[in-house]
Design a protein around this ligand. Structure first.
Ligand SMILES: *[C@@H]1O[C@H](CO)[C@@H](O)[C@H](O)[C@H]1NC(C)=O
Ligand SMILES: *[C@@H]1O[C@H](CO)[C@@H](O)[C@H](O)[C@H]1NC(C)=O
Ligand SMILES: *[C@@H]1O[C@H](CO)[C@@H](O)[C@H](O)[C@H]1NC(C)=O
Length: 391
């Protein structure tokens, strides 16, 4: 009996973590039209999510669905990732199958006593720098360009993996952020506390910030700012706004503008109702980590109704996990795009306090819009499932 038992034990140990989950996704997905926001708590095969363990499996399923339908493949950590921190300059060197790239990120350190929390700023930061927090400036355009549709396959990510790689620019940025963290992990004297990392970005880089936070689980606090469609908005709600005459960015427009999504996504942009995902599930992927969505209520292009409705629906994942206070949404209008309004300062402070400074008492129960009637979002039109309590 003993040898069999040993074989069994080593078999179980060799299996990947989510092998304990139910059926894997089939290689060819069957898409079913659903004009409402897909149920976070039902697996692709129709099984219900009834426990926190189930949610871990469902989160991985959602991750795979996003990569197969929208984002392209996020490659794992390459064989060689090395680097160094010299003054304010972090160098990251990566080799993969005979090809090498090198990139740098500048680090602004605060005054005070190290180790510091740090916020990785995708293409620079548009939020006021919180005191005592370092800013790591990630030059995302260097990793994956985003000038226009001609940027497909351009940037250091594609130098390494080939210009035909399926990864969206946003996915390539998540890969680049992961390599920055890999290098920091090798430098204990960096003066940065790697358990207190945030990510932010505004507008197109806000789409990036949400996608980075969803894909990279070493990020403790994700702060997308005014990210619109492709970020905190839901494709379905943006299409609905468009059909009602609002000049909002949509899936079918976005793929003609830039390379923020994988070429795999092109075939779905005129039939987003067939997708088994929408961006409330991208927010759900960030759970149980902190997520604070900063948004704008008076720029139609950003889809205020879509963002508020999508993210309010995303909070249901956090509710189900019993951690509703870890996701916040604040939507305020009347300022220039990406110009942070002072009325959101105390809310930002609360999220930074709780997730980057360890103040568990900070009040982060924030889901609000300054636009009347939930910015036009009518939940009953979009949500026909219930939120379980998962334990
Ligand atoms: C929700 O609506 C979709 C169609 O839009 C339908 O396919 C699905 O079965 C409905 N779910 C529930 C729980 O009623
Ligand atoms: C990184 O690559 C650069 C340029 O190729 C090289 O000069 C440097 O020595 C490398 N640093 C590390 C730590 O590997
Ligand atoms: C780093 O952050 C973690 C998580 O907030 C905290 O528990 C830990 O004490 C911090 N480490 C130092 C050395 O401050």
């Amino acid at each position: 009996m003993a040898p069999f038992k040993n074989i069994l034990v080593s078999l179980i140990l060799a299996l990947p973590a989510f092998a304990a989950c139910g059926a894997a996704l089939p290689s060819s997905l069957t898409l079913r039209a659903n004009s409402r926001l897909p149920d976070p708590f039902t697996f692709y095969d129709g099984t219900k999510v009834t426990s926190q363990n189930d949610w871990a499996c469902r989160r991985e399923e959602i991750n795979q669905l996003f990569q197969r339908l929208e984002l392209g493949t996020l490659p794992p950590k390459p064989a060689s990732v090395t680097g160094s921190l010299s003054g304010n300059s972090l160098t990251v060197n990566v080799s993969h199958e005979g090809k090498s790239i090198s990139f740098t990120a500048s680090v602004q350190f605060p005054s005070g006593t190290a180790p510091f929390p740090a916020i990785i700023a995708i293409g620079g930061s548009s939020i006021p720098t919180p005191s005592g927090v370092a800013i790591i400036n990630f030059n995302n355009n260097d990793i994956a360009a985003q000038d226009n549709t001609g940027s497909r396959g351009r940037g250091k990510f594609y130098t390494l993996y080939g210009s035909g790689h399926s990864a969206a620019a946003t996915t390539a940025w998540a890969w680049g952020v992961a390599r920055i963290i890999d290098v920091l992990e090798t430098i204990p004297s960096s003066r940065i506390n790697l358990s207190r990392l945030g990510v932010t970005g505004c507008s197109r880089n806000g789409k990036g910030a949400l996608i980075v936070g969803a894909l990279e689980t070493r990020i403790a606090l994700t702060i997308p700012q005014e990210s619109g469609s492709g970020g905190a908005a839901c494709w379905r709600i943006s299409d609905s706004m468009k059909s009602r005459g609002v000049n909002v960015q949509t899936a079918s427009q976005i793929v003609t503008e830039n390379v923020w999504f994988s070429p795999l996504f092109n075939q779905y942009v005129n039939r987003v109702n067939d997708l088994p995902i929408d961006h409330h599930l991208l927010a759900g992927m960030v759970a149980p980590r902190g997520l604070f969505v900063i948004d704008h209520s008076t720029i139609d292009w950003l889809g205020p109704e879509s963002v508020f409705g999508c993210m309010k629906t995303g909070t249901k994942v956090y509710q189900a996990l019993g951690i509703a206070d870890r996701m916040g949404v604040s939507q305020v209008g009347g300022h220039n795009h990406c110009q942070f309004p002072s009325s959101q300062q105390s809310e930002l402070n609360a999220f930074v306090d709780k997730f980057l400074r360890g103040n568990t008492a900070a009040n982060t129960n924030i889901v609000r819009t300054d636009k009347a009637n939930n910015a036009g979002f009518v939940e009953a039109n979009w949500v026909n499932w219930t939120t379980p309590t998962l334990s």
